[in-house]
Design a binder for this molecule. Structure first.
Ligand SMILES: C[S@@+](CC[C@H](N)C(=O)[O-])C[C@H]1O[C@@H](n2cnc3c(N)ncnc32)[C@H](O)[C@@H]1O
Length: 373
């Protein structure tokens, strides 16, 4: 896309501001140091969370957040996500800063190939890859970008991936986000989608120029969101296919370690099913707490007989070794891996409650034609 046209697309998305000014004349250029989204755009995303979840009852919001925090500290996730009030409080407090962190990850130079590349939709199970009449269909960069977010009910990935897909160096005309979660986040996802795609409510006394400038952050025609409530570890083939077929990117943010802690065997089986379902060329992104926060104990807990495995090791083992036929027929290529990164919030951002910087490990894989290693 010509730079001017691209700029126009970005400014349409966010009332006149281009989130990352393109310095290169080539839209396809992959840089290592993609500029982060400008503070004004990050502020607009925080405002979306405020509009969706903050009802100005600051004391009540803080009290509910403290309750959720207590459950999270005890790693009692079932209690932390037990009711709608808790889910909204989680989204207001944690998803907001995570959305900015995820946008930063998505816009980083090492993820640019995700937004630029095509996937081979003929290799999705929806299509019969063995049918000789089936021509190879590749979804073009000009098509919709589909993102699936496992454990993504809280909305951080939804907001960040919608913004990133539409603002990528070659912006997609439409973002389709599929979020799946074991908890019922449907109302939270709906509130966020509405806040992203509706203009702000202005006072009746707002000037005509303010009214004219009052546009939604994202044009409703350019964002399609679907939420499904499932335990991903019990999802059958049909469910996985519905969720993952045709997706460019599948994310699992701050959720994989929890899944491994629930069951290493079932999580490994899920990763193998994911391998069979995702199209050639598509991407799988794992982000989680770094270091010993993301370790899983195998055994009865007795120090003498149990062993602790880093999540990263279990992940590589499942995708590169087990799915890849003991490394002989690899189906995934690891494109990015970093054991510790920081996302730090700009001090210029304004929000009614405390936000948090994010430290994380990151691993990005691309689904490839099986290759001999
Ligand atoms: C720590 S939260 C992370 C939320 C979000 N991904 C983020 O980064 O802010 C973990 C999420 O995974 C979900 N989850 C846990 N086990 C799950 C499972 N078996 N299937 C689907 N979702 C699950 C939880 O309900 C919760 O929304």
């Amino acid at each position: 896309m010509a730079p001017r046209k691209k700029q126009k697309a970005a400014s349409k998305l966010h009332a006149g501001s281009n989130p990352h000014k393109q310095t290169s004349s080539s839209a396809q250029k992959v840089s290592d140091t993609q500029a982060p989204a400008p503070v004004a755009f990050q502020q607009a995303l925080l405002d979306v969370f405020c509009r969706a979840f903050h009802d100005n009852q600051r004391d009540q919001a803080n009290a509910t957040i403290q309750e959720v925090k207590g459950h999270l500290f005890m790693r009692d996730f079932a209690k932390a996500f037990a009711n709608r009030e808790y889910l909204d409080a989680y989204a207001l407090r944690w998803s907001a800063s995570r959305a900015l962190g995820y946008l930063d990850i998505f816009l980083h130079g090492d993820l640019q190939p995700v937004w630029l590349s095509d996937i081979n939709t003929a290799s999705s199970p929806d299509n019969n890859a063995n049918d000789p009449l089936q021509t190879t269909a590749t979804s073009s960069s000009g098509g919709a970008c589909r993102v699936a977010c496992i454990g993504g009910g809280g909305g951080a990935e939804l907001v960040a991936s919608a913004a990133a897909a539409l603002l990528a160096p070659v912006p997609r005309p439409k973002a389709e986000v599929r979020a799946v979660d074991i908890a019922d986040w449907s109302s939270c996802v709906e509130k966020l989608t509405t806040a992203l795609t509706s203009p702000q409510q202005l006072s009746a006394y707002a000037s005509e120029s303010a009214k004219a400038a009052n546009k939604p952050l994202i044009d409703p025609g350019r964002l399609q969101v679907r939420f499904s409530q499932h335990d991903i570890l019990n999802a059958n083939e049909d469910i996985l296919r519905g969720l993952l077929s045709g997706v460019h990117l599948c994310t699992i943010m701050f959720t994989l370690n929890e899944l491994f802690a629930t069951s290493i065997a079932r999580t490994t089986a899920f990763l193998l099913a994911l391998t069979d379902t995702m199209a050639l060329g598509s991407w799988f992104l794992v982000v989680d707490s770094p270091g010993s926060y993301s370790e899983v104990t195998m055994g009865d807990g007795d120090a003498a007989t149990s062993k602790r495995y880093p999540m990263k090791w279990l992940l590589d083992h499942a995708l590169l070794e087990v799915a890849g036929d003991a490394g002989k027929n690899r189906k995934w290529k690891k494109r990015v891996s970093d054991d510790s990164r920081w996302f730090r919030l700009s001090p210029l951002l304004k929000y009614p409650i405390d936000l948090e910087n994010m430290r994380y490990q990151i691993h990005l894989y691309q689904r490839i034609e099986p290759e001999d290693s």
